[in-house]
Design a protein around this ligand. Structure first.
Ligand code: SF4
Ligand code: SF4
Length: 201
């Protein structure tokens, strides 16, 4: 009986001789890197438990835009392949829809892992279109407590973006989905307090 179970464990590791990019053995995991990601906000994420089943990638809403699937990204985090993770556009294409997290059978929480890696990347000075968009978005929300889309469009894309989106903007405004004037939150004091609280580690 014992011999049988050893054989089946071995055979699981190689399917048709291929096991290049799949589940990592515990001793190959970069625990320092995993701890760093967990400390950055991946609290509760069970990165080491990922079994590379691909369920997250199968349900990912933005996978067509990504050069690395959520499954592979988790594998790269396990391996400590920081450069590959940083270069991947998956960090910036993820829309935080949480489908991957709701579907993961191992509690890995890929969306939280991606958010945590993003924060680390920004702190390391990574700059691109997505980080610039995020900066403007946060700045404007801090200013009014609520987003005024035309202002975001103007700051991010300038006049060409305003012209390009004008037709859509008018349609949204006519349907009452967007205000033509900037709005403010009802209780700015409460909002500022909430912001301060969120900034605390
Ligand atoms: S669904 Fe969970 S266990 Fe499966 S590959 Fe994605 S993160 Fe890993
Ligand atoms: S949270 Fe990001 S990685 Fe997860 S399914 Fe949504 S877009 Fe994909």
């Amino acid at each position: 009986m014992a011999t049988k179970s050893t054989k089946s464990t071995k055979s699981k590791k190689f399917v048709f001789g291929l096991k290049v990019d799949r589940q990592l053995d515990g001793d190959k995991m970069n625990s320092d890197f995993i701890k760093k990601v967990l400390a950055e906000g991946g609290n509760g994420a069970a990165i080491a438990a990922c079994m590379q089943c691909g369920t997250c990638s199968g349900g990912c809403t933005n996978i067509d835009l990504m050069d690395m699937s959520p499954r592979t990204l988790i594998l790269m985090v396990q391996r400590g392949e920081w450069e590959k993770v940083l270069k991947s556009n998956a960090l910036w294409m993820c829309s935080s829809c949480y489908i991957c997290t709701s579907r993961c059978p191992r509690g890995v929480r890929p969306s939280d892992v991606i958010e945590a890696v993003k924060a680390l990347a920004i702190r390391q000075g990574i700059e691109n279109d997505a980080t610039r968009f995020n900066e403007i978005f946060v700045e404007l929300v801090q200013k009014r407590g609520i987003l005024f889309e035309p202002e975001l469009m103007q700051k991010y894309g300038g006049l060409p973006a305003m012209i390009e989106q004008a037709e859509l903007g008018i349609k949204l405004t006519l349907k009452g989905k967007m205000s033509p004037f900037p709005e403010k939150v009802k209780d700015p004091k409460k909002f500022s307090e909430a912001l301060e609280k969120a900034k605390k580690p």
